[in-house]
Design a protein around this ligand. Structure first.
Ligand code: FUC
Length: 760
């Protein structure tokens, strides 16, 4: 195969944020600098967080004392004046944040290489998305070629590396660890093993890391707390790390990490490196290899940073676009695997102890966007940490619902941490969002829609959805303006005043109630509560209003300014990720809103707009946003930039590209629903549709020439494309398909594969 799945550079990285190459196994992350004289691998362990229990002041964001009448007072002001300034609401309902914490760096693994060339020849630093191996090669003045490779193995739970040379006896280095919390940890070396142990200041979270070095030939000695390899033919290392964090309310502490780390490093060190690497590649390929995308252009043989610099929006960019799509899938696999926390604002990669926004979990778009590509790009397993995380918020969220609102149900507000922070802080424009839980649980339902696992729906998704819905049954209010049920106070994320019935909260509640009712019907459960939910849904203001300039209103009153370019386009939740907008009038209003907001915005904002335009069926505009994101919001290592680096935009763009190729929101599978002119020929395989079908399409001149479908659980597939309106050949032919209104209906057998070839 060509290099179509490789990021590569002809220089070492000097800047962590924009240049290093990430590897990860979900729990552990490393970024590779590839510097020749002192190699640097910046390290992370996903649960290494300050804050939470152990901090005296930590209260999960709940009010320390009840505030009887506070919410009602805000509701009263809004009823009377129509709005209330965020600062005034924060003064009544917010509180200074205490003990929230931040995601920490673990430190750096450093390899000092004696006699390294100052000007190496044939230098190359690369990341192969297909194998999930990062490689650095260079030649010294004697003509010796050195090769370093690094990987993060999920099955072995280690970050491992191999340092080699093409002449015997030339591998020498000293390996040491530079911790990120010098006063809090100790580093020791013995028997080729380096051990780091510490307890974080504040919350006392215990962490441990170990690295075992092995050398073939030469010698392995110790120099203080460094391990020294001299004159070896090659050397390998295996590193693991863990903390005593556990995702269990209220203490959020589990076992001491030493036994787990020791076992992982012992086991990895006892295996031949090649075998470890083979097992890693097989594990990675089992996920990554499920989807293939070819946008009809070969990747030019240029370093990735120069390729990115050469992007203009021309059709030739499509090769980089395909690489960028797969990079999002790679990053999700690397930063979200079962057994640890979900991907945070930076996935798993963070070099700072005071990262932007604490590298936390923002719930007003960011964590949700991280998981948009998970199901459709055939990586459902990567969503498991997120699904677990959402479920684990129920218990603290229940207490927050009781103490702030005095009702049943569960809530979480605008940002959360690994320690069940479900209450509030007091940053006026981004602290209040009780509707966030309704948005979070939608992925649990989606997981069922794609995977068809009814036990998951019954035991996990439905209880969390139902309890979030019960919160709103108890907390919706009759709007004195028209008697509809509204959220009050309600807030359109990070924008404007507090009002009653802002579009996004209304649409989220619509989505939550609709999904919960659907799920209950599938499961045959809960006649009583469902009756109440149905009545409330009938009375609910659906949050879809067309305003004076044809726009979809952001608030219930027509307050929208056509010149407003705010990065959030929250009023279009109903377009994406929601599925409430399907009729021409509201689709057109959504289009007007989107055109009004313009094509600017932060990285994630542009990524959301790719999805929006795809949902509107406008492939050229979707690709324009993709191009804007690549040109203006993407760093040399192809990380998305808010700025600064924020990974949600990577995931949102991958999702948006999938939405351009395949949609399945309303009972049909729409093929190539938003194909841009620049992608005039191409093919994909392995994307998933709701209903459990796996789809591949080849196309030319904008129309499918062959559709490949593998059925999951044997549901009937309804495929829509203008090309399917006429005659088609279906193989195997016994499938008994029919065509009506441009929809080809195909009964399927579980596990069976079909080929559909449009004939006219
Ligand atoms: C949201 C956005 C900000 C930023 C932050 C992490 O609240 O409004 O732009 O992305 O999350």
């Amino acid at each position: 195969m060509s290099n179509s799945l490789v990021l590569w550079y002809d220089r070492p990285a000097s800047d962590w944020e924009s240049e290093t190459l990430p590897i990860g196994n979900g729990a552990l992350g490393a970024t590779v600098f590839g510097t020749v004289a002192t190699e640097r691998l910046q390290l992370n362990e996903k649960t290494l967080w300050t804050g939470g229990p152990g901090e005296e002041t930590y209260r999960h964001g709940d009010w320390p004392e009840p505030r009887p009448g506070a919410v009602e007072e805000v509701q009263r002001v809004i009823d009377e004046h129509g709005r209330m300034a965020p600062e005034d609401v924060a003064a009544l309902l917010g509180q200074p944040v205490t003990g929230f914490g931040a995601y920490q760096s673990l430190g750096e693994l450093l390899l000092d290489v004696p006699g390294a060339p100052a000007a190496p020849e044939s230098y190359r630093r690369s990341l192969d998305l297909g194998t999930a191996v990062a490689t650095v090669t260079y030649r010294d003045a004697d003509g010796v070629t050195f090769t370093r490779e690094y990987l993060a193995s999920h099955p072995a739970n280690v970050i491992a590396g191999r340092i080699g040379a093409d002449r015997p006896g030339r591998v020498s280095f000293a390996l040491r660890f530079a911790g990120a919390h010098p006063g809090a940890e100790t580093v020791t070396a013995a028997g080729g093993r380096l051990r780091i142990r510490g307890a974080l200041p504040g919350n006392g979270l215990v962490y441990e890391g170990q690295v075992q070095v092995r050398a073939e030939g030469g010698s392995l000695t110790r120099d203080g707390d460094a391990i020294v390899v001299s004159g070896a033919d090659s050397a390998t290392f295996a590193l693991s790390a863990a903390t005593d964090y556990a995702p269990v309310h209220p203490a959020y502490r589990g076992e001491d990490p030493r036994a787990k780390v020791t076992a992982a490093v012992d086991a990895a060190a006892a295996r031949p490196y090649d075998e470890l690497r083979r097992a890693h590649e097989a594990d990675h390929r089992a996920l990554f290899g499920r989807v293939r995308l070819d946008l009809g252009r070969p990747l030019p043989s240029l370093p990735t940073d120069r390729l990115l610099d050469s992007c203009t929006g021309a059709p030739e960019d499509s090769a980089l676009e395909a690489l960028y799509f797969q990079y999002g899938r790679y990053l999700l696999i690397a930063s979200s695997r079962p057994g640890s926390l979900p991907a945070n604002l930076q996935g798993v990669w963070n070099a700072s102890n005071t990262p932007p926004w604490d590298a936390d979990y923002h719930t007003n778009i960011n964590i949700q966007m991280n998981y948009w590509p998970a199901e459709v790009t055939n990586l459902a397993e990567t969503a498991e940490p997120y699904l677990d995380f959402v479920e684990a918020l129920r218990e603290p969220g229940r207490r927050t619902a009781r103490s702030m609102f005095g009702t049943e149900g569960w809530v979480v507000h605008q940002n959360t941490n690994p320690f069940g922070f479900t209450g509030v802080h007091d940053w006026p424009t981004s602290f209040w969002m009780p509707d966030a839980a309704g948005w979070l649980v939608r992925h649990l339902y989606e997981h069922y829609l794609f995977g068809g696992d009814e036990a998951f729906l019954r035991e996990r998704a439905y209880p969390a959805m139902r309890e979030a819905a019960l919160f709103w049954l108890a907390n919706l209010r009759a709007d004195p303006r028209d008697g509809t049920l509204v959220v009050s106070p309600s807030y359109s994320p990070e924008h404007g005043d507090f009002t009653a019935g802002a579009a996004m909260p209304q649409q989220i509640v619509w989505d939550l109630f609709t999904n919960t009712l659907e799920a209950a019907e599938i499961l045959g459960l809960d006649a009583g509560p469902c009756e109440r939910l149905r009545e409330a849904l009938d009375r609910l203001d659906p949050g879809l209003r067309v305003g004076s300039w044809g726009q979809l209103q952001e608030w219930k009153a027509d307050l929208d300014d056509p010149r407003d370019r705010h990065r959030h386009v929250s009023q279009l939740f109903a377009l994406h990720p929601g599925r409430q907008i399907t009729d021409p009038e509201h689709l057109e209003a959504a289009r007007v809103t989107l055109a009004g907001r313009g094509d600017g915005g932060t990285g994630w904002s542009k990524a959301w707009k790719i999805n929006f335009w795809a949902r509107l069926g406008d492939g050229d505009h979707a690709r324009k946003m993709l191009s804007e994101q690549l040109r203006l919001s993407t760093l040399a290592n192809l990380w998305d930039s808010h700025p600064p680096f924020q990974i949600d935009g990577n995931f949102g763009a991958t999702s948006g590209m999938a939405e351009m190729l395949l949609q399945s929101h309303t009972g049909t599978i729409d093929l190539l629903p938003a194909l841009p002119a620049a992608w005039d020929g191409g093919s994909f395989d392995g994307l998933r549709a709701r209903g459990g079908h796996t789809i591949g399409v080849s196309w030319e001149h904008g129309g499918p020439t062959e559709i490949r479908l593998t059925s999951g659980s044997g549901e009937t597939a309804r495929l829509r494309s203008p090309a399917l309106g006429g005659r088609s050949r279906v193989e195997p032919s016994g499938a008994g398909h029919s065509v009506a209104d441009g929809v080809l209906t195909l009964p399927t057998r579980a596990g069976a594969s079909y080929r559909i070839i449009p004939l006219s």
